[in-house]
Design a protein around this ligand. Structure first.
Ligand code: TYD
Length: 206
């Protein structure tokens, strides 16, 4: 058992997860914990360069999957594992469930290829807890169109996001003790309370 904890936040674009990353980090810091917040793709200088390419350049779907895992390899080596070994808590805005949902679901890349990459890159590491922010497609769409310019993924059509959401929900059924659903349609204060409740359950294991 490693001394720290690893939490990932997931959901379709527009589900509202990013709002809660900093809030829950503060909640944990108030309890005396060291918290590292980070994101994927990205989280390291090289990973952020790869993010730029991934979010703005069109590429073959396998190139996209490989670059996601290349960025992840760097992220695990430089940020995630050192932090967990120090006893810190890591909160990552997305991790490998996003590759299954977006590259596997959205782009229809064969799941066994993603499983091979997962085995290669982090056979022995999984988040202790994953919070899946779930909202119906119409809600996600509305939130996205209210914001800034859309990146490559956000410009995808509705059926892409239906497949992304479907794979996320499939993974909840496959990993029910790790992945918890957060109903992202509820008011922000209620969502925060749910997030804090789920994260607090991990504190017991400290
Ligand atoms: P996102 O985390 O939503 O950031 P922002 O809130 O700044 O838009 O954007 C990252 C995008 O990358 C998102 O559309 C999902 C996609 N993605 C994948 O397709 N596969 C992955 O493995 C990861 C980590 C992200």
């Amino acid at each position: 058992m490693l001394p720290g904890k690893f939490i990932s936040f997931e959901g379709v674009d527009g589900a509202g997860k990013s709002t809660h990353v900093e809030a829950v980090a503060q909640y944990l810091r108030d309890r005396g914990l060291n918290v590292v917040t980070t994101r994927e793709p990205g989280g390291t200088p090289l990973g952020e360069k790869l993010r730029e390419l991934l979010l703005h350049e069109s590429m073959h779907l396998e190139t996209e999957a490989l670059l996601m895992f290349a960025a992840r390899r760097e992220h695990i080596a430089k940020i995630i594992l050192p932090a967990i070994h120090r006893g810190d808590w890591v909160i990552s805005d997305r991790f490998t469930d996003a590759s299954f949902a977006y590259q596997g679901g959205g782009r229809r890349l064969a799941l066994d290829k993603l499983q091979s990459l997962e085995q290669w890159v982090h056979a022995d590491l999984q988040p202790d807890l994953t919070l899946l922010f779930d909202v119906p497609l119409e809600v996600a769409r509305e939130r996205l169109s209210a914001g800034r310019a859309l990146d490559k993924f956000e410009q995808e059509k509705d059926d892409f996001f239906e497949r992304v959401r479907e794979v996320y929900l499939m993974r909840v059924r496959s990993f029910p003790s790790r992945i918890k659903i957060i109903d992202g349609t509820r008011p922000v204060a209620e969502v925060s309370a749910q997030v804090e409740h789920d994260v607090t359950a991990l504190l017991g294991g400290q």
